[in-house]
Structures are given as structure tokens and as C-alpha cells.
Design a protein around this ligand. Structure first.
Ligand code: SF4
Length: 510
């Protein structure tokens, strides 16, 4: 049999069904080309890798972020032991291109975007001569590849994912996106986005995540600053980016009414009511908003001064809801300014702000971020190792032994922060609160679906991420497997195989 290409998305926990398609798998499948046949795709959030399917001479591409790097390295070593060519890519491999070589059995590492360079990498491996490092760079928005959705396994995902922009102009201290994807937004052509969405709706997907770093890359503040410059070039660039966003949304508005989009956006979008109205027309019904902290001191801790705090924050978040955009608010616990009452105050604010969903994450110094650099240099750079692994490479510590928190806190113990964070999840996702929030939908069936999805979200992300008790983690994973199957059906629509890309009329473009 001739050699083939395998693309693997590593995960420590498999649920049998997943919420969102890992887009990179399907984009790299397209980048592989047709010379080597269809690549074999493995998403370990569904099922573990079957190594017997990997033969000597095959090419195994593994995409890693910091959270799944260790599992990725296990897979790489095993694949290499079976005689395959092993290549790593993804954010973590871009930040530490030597690490997959020392820990993951890599023959090659791709830094940056794989869209353009991957075909060459595969050809070099098949010829038996891969380079140690490939520079994928940051490809332009007009070069993003459409994903190979024809390779999707049946009955596996609730939401599909399409990317419309890469890069984010902000510089939040806990985030590496602006460094790895760049601060200059790279927007994808509207036609390419629409035709991919039409293909997904044809296949029966009604819910589609716009998997963007920041769907609102040009704020009023950015425009005002550019307007003050004597050279208006930047101003014209920003206006063009903004006009393209509106063009995309007007085209999304022409798609079937039952489509629901979800994206990630900064809170500043709430001051732009024209943008919010366009989002509503475009069927963008939900957005992840990084609220992070509810106090000014907390926002200062993370360089997110552009967010609001207190009652002004509640009012701003409610603006999304007023325009039909449901918010998944993301909060960070463990900031230096957090106190014991911060946890309850945060849940209370999430409630008052009419958030439909919320997530409470522990402050973690991820590599590539300002927080990581500050933390790694702190305490004279002397962090005690765990099982012989330096704490500054915490992602290499086996998951069961890995600390949940790293940054010492001025007033609380790390265990206290972890337990109180778990408490915030319990409180926000209590039966009483979920049932009360479920009034956002009207029919009993929809309310039950809302309750089920809320509980599923909590099990998948809170219990498996924050809990230290492995029995609890296993129970949560089992529960999520069962509920996930039931939930999936609620998200799908009847396939529309004859759906066409809507014709663009002049009125749709104004
Ligand atoms: S957290 Fe969001 S807004 Fe901040 S830099 Fe990252 S992607 Fe941009």
C-alpha cells in the first residue's frame, strides 16, 4: 500500500462527540492536495488514535497548543517508532520549535500558518528528506484555504467552524494570539467565507462558529486615533477593513433563516450599535466576550483597560442581549487584585448582565504571553520543579500531577482559588439559575435543550479542567459522552443539498 498522510488533533479526554469541529484538521487536509490520496483525520476529542493504522513511511502531522502538547508528543514518539515521518505544527510548536524534536519524535516542525507550506512538507517527507524547520509565515487573508468538509466523520460534531479573520490588534497580557497571529487583522474574502458556509448548510449544519481571533478588529477608538494622524493612510485601511466586515454581514443575512452563528468579539463592539444591528441581521446570535475581571484593578492586572467594570460593565454587556446577541462571558480568577468576595461578585455580575453562558478560568501563564514572561522571571527564575520538570515548562508535567495554578497570590492560597473557582461554576450552572436563564427561549422543548446544553458545557469544561479528583473527571467525561450524543441532534438541521450561494444584489451590498 502506498504511504498516506495522517493528521491528528491530540486530546487527553475523548467524548465520542465534540462541540466544534477542529478547523485546522480540515484546512490542512485541503492543503495536503490530492497527490497522496485523502488524508486520514483523527480528532482525539472524539476517539483515541489507532496506531495500527499508521505504517512505516506514512506522514503524521500533529497540531499542538500548549494544553495538548504533552499528548501530542506521546503520539509523535509512537508514530516515529512505527517508522512514520512525524511533523508538528500549531501555536505551541511555533513558539518552541525545538521542543517537538527533543520530546515528540519530530522529524520536522512547521512554524506559523500551514496553509501554503504543508504540501511541500509532505512532499519532502515522502521523498525522505524533510527539513528540520519550515517557516509557514502569516499568510494573507486571500490565501486562507477552504476546509475539506467532505472528510467529516458522520454524527460527530454539533457545530462547524469557519474562519473569517486571523490576528488581533489588542495585546492582552494573558493571550498569545496577537503575537502568534499578529496584530494586523487578516480578513478573508467574503465570497470564500460564504461558499464554505453554504457547503456546511447543505450538509445539515445549522450552527457555525466563526472561529476568529476577534470578529470586531476595528473599534471607534482605533478610528478616532487614526483620524487624528496627519497621514490618513491608516485611516483608509481601517475604514476598508470595517466596510468589509459589513459586507460580510450583509451577505450572511441572505443565507437561510435557520442558520445560527457564534463568534468571539471584544466588548467595545457594544458601543457600535450599527455593528450590532448588522450582526443580528447576519444571524450572529452569540459571542464569546472576554470580560476577564469585574473590577478596574483586575483589568489593569491584565492590560485590558479597554473593558469596563462594575455597573457600566453590566450595562455594556446587556447591550449585546438587547440586540439579540447572547453572550458567553469569559472570566479569569487568580488575578493579584482578586479577593475572597470576587468570586461571588463575579457570578452576581454575570447574572445581572444577562449572560447566557459563562466560563471561569484559572489564571495560567501560557507561553508566548506577557504574563508568562513576568512569571517565569519572577522569584529569581527559581520555580521548584515537579517530578523533575521545571515549572516554567509546566505543559510537560503529566496532567494528573500538573498544578492547576502557578502564580502565587498575595492573599489567597492557590487551592483556595481553585476551590472557589469550581464553586463559581457550580453557582452559575445551578439548576435554579439555568432554568431561570432558559426563559430566553420559549417552547418547553427549547428550554429543556437549553438546560441540557448548559449542563453539558459545564461538564466538558469545568469538571474536566479544574477538578483534581480523577474519579470526578472520569464521571464527567462519561456523562458528557452520553449527553453529547443527545445534544448533537438538537443542533442539526435537515440537509439542504440544493442550497445555492445567494446572488448578490446591489441593495445587499449597501
Ligand atoms: S484576549 Fe482577545 S482581545 Fe485580547 S489579544 Fe487575545 S484575541 Fe485579542
Amino acid at each position: 500500500m502506498s504511504a498516506r498522510v495522517h493528521l491528528i488533533n491530540p486530546s487527553n479526554t475523548s467524548f465520542g462527540v465534540a462541540v466544534i469541529t477542529p478547523r485546522w484538521l480540515y484546512v490542512l487536509a485541503a492543503a495536503t492536495g490530492h497527490r497522496w490520496g485523502d488524508p486520514h483525520l483523527v480528532d482525539e476529542t472524539l476517539e483515541r488514535t489507532n496506531f495500527d493504522a499508521i505504517a512505516a513511511g506514512d506522514v503524521v502531522g500533529i497540531g499542538i497548543h500548549t494544553g495538548n502538547a504533552l499528548r501530542g508528543y506521546e503520539i509523535g514518539r509512537e508514530a516515529r517508532a512505527r517508522g512514520a515521518w512525524v511533523v508538528f505544527g500549531g501555536i505551541h510548536a511555533t513558539l518552541f520549535p525545538d521542543e517537538p524534536h527533543s520530546h515528540g519524535g519530530a522529524h520536522a516542525v512547521v512554524k506559523g500558518d500551514g496553509d501554503r507550506v504543508w504540501e511541500l512538507v509532505v512532499a519532502d517527507c515522502m521523498a525522505g528528506a524533510p527539513a528540520r524547520i519550515y517557516e509557514g509565515g502569516k499568510v494573507g487573508g486571500d490565501q486562507f484555504l477552504p476546509a475539506r468538509w467532505d472528510l467529516l466523520p458522520p454524527d460527530s460534531y454539533m457545530w462547524a467552524s469557519v474562519q473569517t479573520v486571523r490576528g488581533c490588534p489588542k495585546h492582552c497580557s494573558f493571550c498569545s494570539v496577537w503575537r502568534t497571529d499578529g496584530q494586523q487583522p487578516r480578513q478573508r474574502g467574503v465570497d470564500a467565507v460564504i461558499s464554505e458556509i453554504v457547503e456546511l448548510r447543505r450538509r445539515g449544519f445549522r450552527f457555525i462558529a466563526l472561529a476568529d481571533d476577534n470578529f470586531y478588529p476595528v473599534t471607534f477608538d482605533d478610528l478616532a486615533q487614526a483620524r487624528r494622524r496627519s497621514d490618513q493612510t491608516r485611516m483608509h485601511e481601517l475604514e476598508a477593513l470595517r466596510a468589509e466586515r459589513f459586507e460580510l454581514m450583509e451577505r450572511l443575512a441572505l443565507l437561510p433563516e435557520d442558520l445560527v452563528f457564534y463568534t468571539q468579539i471584544t466588548m467595545e463592539a457594544a458601543e457600535d450599535e450599527e455593528f450590532l444591528r448588522a450582526m443580528r441581521r447576519a444571524h450572529i446570535r452569540g459571542a464569546l466576550v472576554g470580560v476577564e475581571a469585574v473590577t478596574e484593578a483586575g483589568l489593569k492586572d491584565i492590560y485590558k483597560g479597554f473593558n469596563l467594570a462594575g455597573d457600566a460593565l453590566v450595562a455594556r454587556l446587556r447591550t449585546f442581549r438587547k440586540h439579540g446577541v447572547h453572550v458567553l462571558g469569559s472570566f479569569i480568577f487568580g488575578l493579584p487584585s482578586d479577593r475572597i468576595d470576587t468570586f461571588a461578585a463575579t457570578v452576581d455580575l454575570a447574572d445581572r448582565a444577562d449572560l447566557t453562558f459563562a466560563q471561569f478560568v484559572l489564571l495560567t501563564p501560557f507561553p508566548g504571553t506577557i504574563d508568562f514572561e513576568k512569571w517565569a522571571a519572577g522569584e529569581g527564575g527559581q520555580h521548584p520543579p515537579v517530578d523533575g520538570v521545571p515549572l516554567t515548562q509546566h505543559w510537560l508535567i503529566p496532567e494528573s500531577r500538573r498544578p492547576k495554578l502557578y502564580v502565587t497570590h498575595p492573599t489567597m492560597s492557590l487551592e483556595e482559588i481553585r476551590v472557589r473557582t469550581q464553586g463559581a461554576w457550580d453557582d452559575f450552572y445551578s439548576w435554579r439559575r439555568i432554568w431561570s436563564r432558559s426563559s430566553v427561549v420559549t417552547s418547553i422543548r427549547a428550554r429543556l435543550a437549553f438546560v441540557l446544553v448548559s449542563k453539558l458545557y459545564r461538564q466538558m469544561y469545568a469538571n474536566t479542567g479544574i477538578a483534581t479528583d480523577s474519579a470526578r473527571v472520569q464521571r464527567s467525561a462519561r456523562w458528557a459522552r452520553i449527553t453529547g450524543k443527545a445534544c448533537r441532534r438538537l443542533f442539526l438541521g435537515k440537509p439542504m443539498p440544493d442550497l445555492q450561494v445567494p446572488a448578490v444584489t446591489t441593495t445587499a451590498m449597501v
